[in-house]
Structures are given as C-alpha cells and as structure tokens.
Design a protein around this ligand. Structure first.
Ligand code: OAD
Ligand code: ZN
Length: 229
C-alpha cells in the first residue's frame, strides 16, 4: 500500500496541490530544501512549526481506519508506505508505517556525521534565538523530513516489499513525484494487481489495472472490504 497527501485531505490537512504548492508566497520547494535551511533556518522552522500546529488536533477518517483494520487482519503480510509526514495512520492504529518522506513530529541533528538518532518532537519555533541545538554536537536541529534534493528513507525495504507483493493499492497521490510514482510499475512488473483510489486520475494512471474514483474516506473502506472477504 502506498498513500499520499490525498488520504489526509478529508482530515483537514491540505494537499500540496490544494495549496498550489505555495506557502506565504514561497514555493514549497524553496522552503523544504537543505539550501533553504542553510540560508534561513528560521524560515524553514516557521514552515514546519505551522505544519505541526496544523496537524496536531487532526483525526483520521474511515479510510485510515480501514487500512489499520486490514493490517490487524493481515499482520506482516501487509506493508504500508506513506509519502505523508503526518501521524494519521498511527492515530488510526496502524503499527508498521514506513514514512519514506520522514515524520512531522520528529526532529534530528542537521549535521550529517552526528550520531544522535531522530527523536519525537512537537515543539514549534517562531524566533531565531529559540532554534534548537543538538545536545550531542551543538549543530542546529532540523525537522526529520526528506527535503527536495534528498533521498527518501527506507527505499531498500520498500523495494523488497514491492518485489514480493501480489496487490499494490495506491491512495490519494498525484503519481508525478518520483521515486514513489514509480513503485506501481515495479509491483506490476512482478505480477501484482494494481489499484488506485482517489478522485482524479493520477499522472501514472496507465500503470493501474483499476482506478477507483472518489474520496478515500468512502472508497477505501469499500475496496478494503472486498480484500478482507
Ligand atoms: P499532491 O498534493 O501532489 O496530490 C494529492 C493527490 O490527492 C491528488 O492526486 C488528488 O487527486 C488526491 N486527493 C485529493 N483529495 C482526495 C481524497 N479526498 N481522497 C483521495 N485522494 C484525494 O500530493 P502527493 O502526490 O502525495 O514530497 O505528493 C507527493 C509528494 O510531493 C509529497 O510527499 C511531497 C511533495 O513534494 C515531499 O515532501 C518530499
Ligand atoms: Zn548533532
């Protein structure tokens, strides 16, 4: 299973397309990048502080719950990978979620050689003086997010899962951001059935055996019900 911003839309977390890829007039690529953090860490922390504050009280919907219930039934036979950095899959009860683009409520040291592990963090920052430093090496702490120009997390585990899967279910993603947009082709090439759930055709629509049109909160529980039978 692969989920994208669309699965969180009905929980009140706007998609990238929903905000036209903009924040306060900045292109999100200009805020979510290593260069942006080097140039202006406060700007980057203000962006993620807003994301943290915005995601905090949000609740999962029936689509997230359907995936959590499916995991409860299938156990390790199910692999859930999300491009989302929010925690709605976990809030719904999913236990094993691979966050390929990182996690909004975690931070880590910005120094590439530092051994401090990513840690849970829901703090927000709006002033330069308060920006956090690593307790181990003193470098600035950064959000644990895969920024533009960085390599997503856990790609090896994802590839292993794709090469073993019988069904590749993709939910609420535009199908244009790689490498995630290419996962369905890998699964298909190894013989998996491929299904997409969302209101619009994704950019990689031709790679799917079935396109299930509609919002994730309604269509995903229906699709999952047919799988659990
Ligand atoms: P996008 O914002 O590009 O696309 C959102 C998708 O969700 C669209 O295809 C919509 O049709 C679909 N959608 C909207 N409402 C929906 C609903 N109620 N139910 C189901 N689907 C719905 O977001 P992503 O494709 O997830 O990367 O973006 C992929 C990556 O691009 C993000 O993870 C982010 C961004 O750059 C990083 O931050 C590294
Ligand atoms: Zn450090």
């Amino acid at each position: 299973m692969l989920t994208g911003a669309g699965i969180s839309a009905e929980s009140g977390i706007p998609t990238f397309r929903g905000v036209n890829g903009l924040w306060n007039g900045w292109r999100i690529e200009e805020v979510a990048s290593p260069r942006a953090f080097e140039r202006d860490p406060l700007l980057v922390w203000r962006f993620y502080s807003e994301r943290r504050a915005g995601a905090k009280g949000k609740e999962p919907h029936a689509g997230h719950h359907a995936l959590a219930d499916l995991e409860a039934a299938l156990g390790e036979r199910m692999f859930l990978c999300t491009q989302n950095v929010d925690h709605l899959h976990e809030r719904a009860g999913s236990r094993r979620v691979t966050h390929m683009h990182g996690r909004l409520f975690q931070s880590r040291c910005s120094h590439p050689a530092c051994t401090l592990a990513p840690f849970d963090d829901d703090r927000v920052y709006h002033e330069r003086e308060s920006l956090p430093n690593c307790p181990s090496c003193g470098s600035l702490v950064r959000p644990h997010i895969c920024w533009f120009g960085e390599v997503p997390f856990e790609l090896e585990r994802i590839e292993t899962a794709l090469l073993a899967c019988d069904l590749c279910l993709v939910v609420g993603t535009s199908g244009v951001v790689y490498p995630a947009a290419g996962f369905v082709e890998v699964a298909r090439a190894r013989g998996a059935r491929t299904v997409y759930v969302g209101p619009e055709e994704p950019g990689n629509a031709t790679a799917f055996d079935e396109l299930v049109h509609g919002p994730a909160s309604v269509r995903l529980p229906e699709v999952v019900a047919t799988l659990s039978r």
